[in-house]
Write a new protein. Sequence first.
Length: 174
Amino acid sequence: MSTTGIFTRVRSNYSGDEVRPLGGYLRAMGGFSGLVGLAALVGGARGARLPERFSWSDTVLVSVAVHKASRLLTKSSVAGALRAPFTRFEGSTGEGEVAESVPPSGTHRHAVGELLTCPFCSDVWLATAFTAGLVLAPRATRLVATALAAVAGSDSLHLAYDAAKSAVARASEG
């Protein structure tokens, strides 16, 4: 049996009647692995040394930055221009975020669309990039991470302010 035949059988056994873009997923994982390998090669060529351990403050900073970066990439109205070739706009969800659907085809567009609309999926890529950044360019990475963390903190304050205003309005009505 040919490789194509084996892949078709595996895909059919895995997904049944639902179209799943296994080839697109494989390409995405290959791209991710290639980028990680490239970062390792660049780090090795530059003589970068892996730290013994990362500090708690860097871990928290990167966590908040990755959260905000993934929300910006996967949900923000403005980044819709990046997602548009792989998604379809469904509507606004408030606070500058949108809902989008991924084309039902089993192509690479579907796999990329899932990556670009799922904050949990993009977190892996972004966390890897920030972690590599802490090794290869720690000052620049901390600068970008600090800005993203500040935006996340500001977002939280906006939401708390709106919630407090709504509570006051409800109390004055009752």
